[in-house]
Write a new protein. Sequence first.
Length: 81
Amino acid sequence: MIKVLFFAQLREVLNCSNLTIESTPETLGDLRQLLCEKGDTWDEWLGSDKALAAVNQTMADDDVKLNDGNDVAFFPPVTGG
């Protein structure tokens, strides 16, 4: 089981702050694909470069392996000035 968290604008457009996934996907990319299947808005935001990801509070690419008990966070890229 993994916990998935959504932050900032992503939480608003998906109308979801967190999910629990019972069967752990093999990689972060597999998790993205699973979430994209939830609908067009999910696919638009998670299937593109509109969302960065962290696994256990460490920035992660789609090829990172997931393990039972991981926390995965998705959030939009941030810019500042």
